[in-house]
Design a protein. Sequence first.
Lengths: 394, 239
Amino acid sequence: MTMNENPNIPDEVRAVAADGTQLRYALMEMAGQMDDIITLGRGDPDLPTPPHIVEAANQAMREGRTGLTPVKGLPQLRGAIADHMREYNGLPVGAENVMVTTGGQEGLFLAIQALIDPGDEILVPDPRYTSYDDAIRRAGGKMVMVSTDREDAFNLEAEAVEAAITPASKALLIVTPSNPTAGIVTEDRLRAIADVCIRHNLIVIVDEIYGRIVYEPWRHFSIGSLPGMAERTITLDAFSKAYAMTGWRCGYVAAPENVIDAMARVKQVTTGPVATVSQWAGLAALAGPQDCVSDYLKIYTKRRAVLLDGLDRMGFAYGEPRGGLFVWADSSSTGIHAAELSYLLLKEGRVLIFPGTAFGENWREYVRITLLEPIETLKEAVERMLPVLARYRA
Amino acid sequence: MQSPQTLSSPLAERVAALDDLCSPRTGDPDVPANVIEAAVAALARGETHYTDRPGIPEFRAWVADHLRERYAVVVDPAEVTITCGSTEARFVTMTLLAEAGGAVLCPGDSSRIRGALHILGAEIIDSIREDISLLYISPDVYRETSIELLQHAEETDWWIVYDLSFAKTAPPFHPAQNERLASRVVTIDSLSAALPGWRLGWMAGSAAALRLRAGKQAITICTTAVSQWAGLEWVRTAT
């Protein structure tokens, strides 16, 4: 039975099922109208923005430091970002290679607008963060999928990238750690991928927004730090996840200076500068103590163990989640289409998770579940999901 | 380490004709203490997460009330999206409602929409012709000119974007007062004059409201939470 024929799926879900982003929002809006829902859907950390960052924002506001900034961002923040990306990511960048963006998502939008012409192909690992589809579509770009799989923990293979290259290929988009798979692209793979990109003159756009959330023994690695890559790599990041600052809408991008200049000219007509108070908060995040990042990682590590135990009890297989704030689980043992399963778990179990089809058309037997509730709530979510699964399991 | 200076592959063609960067304007207005304290209080409440993607409900309700009280224009709060300044509202409306390869009729100052329409690939014109998909007007355009064009618009399927964000004075005239046009009118406004660095604007109304909301979300997801709470306090106490 196809999803369109399935009577268990309501019209409001079916109507947007082909658009991953809209499907996610349709489920969130349904959940918002229901009581006592455990939301393991959206990637919005439940933890607070650390107090020293909030205090820095308060101080900036009370001292009147709220006027417009240059489009590329506060010079002090651009300098601090460059320092951070040199020291943490190993990128050979100065402040001239950095721009502040309205969250990581705008960084991707601006990069695509600055680089992609109609007909250009962008290689995208599958599954993908479908919120980026719109930016690529608007620029007239064409996504070409590069497959990844569970047995390889959704790592990306250079051979698969190279096999997807055509004369129209312009760029490779990597999200590591990945949303939705929680896989990372490991250093050895990135070295091989970098060779491919140099040989085929590909641009690399890499989203590292979850780069500070990587679980032991794995390590984050930035492809832009490799020889010959800085001049062809656009690195996107944001304060949103590592510092629990989603609502501040403050991200950043590092790239060759001519790309930064081009992106800034697009940004000038797209959104203008980032809210000034958010930029002062971002500066405090980078300049202040980093214990909050490691403390939050410890919390996520414990939650991850609880959720993986729950997945084992539910009979869901998964690739090792090596980073990020999700688990990406194979729900095929239920015999139920992921969109229907998500709807049933919401309606009858009062737990919001996202179907795999929200992250790629081929993922109808996968679900994405976030770690963004306290441990006791995660345990409760598992207890709520188990009887629903037992009721409907084929 | 050597900084990377240039990209080995060419930039997109659309970037070439975009304007150089402007310097930020100086002389930002003082922000009232109650607005600052509202922002501080919002942060203390933990308003540091994504907001609803169209914006906080209280602000959207105020926009709907404002349009009804000031212009006698009825807009449902669900048709209001809070944006990162009027810049984002203009970019989203121009690139989603105008047609690539077509024309946008702009009888007044077109400088604020030029970049977005260049990126889209649409032409700006100042007189009527066949391939117009959108009419962009503001209160700065002579009222007689606006009325004449809006009368013509009744016989077309043009989208109409009414931009109040830079109007020094806004008369009670509004194109959505015409029932034959109302479902095609998007109103843009902002707090850029009072709170420029907070990046707050909005787009309201029209049958395309949900599409515009999705378009904004694809760029910035939502507008800065603390800015929205500051803006809400400003509109409640200073207008």
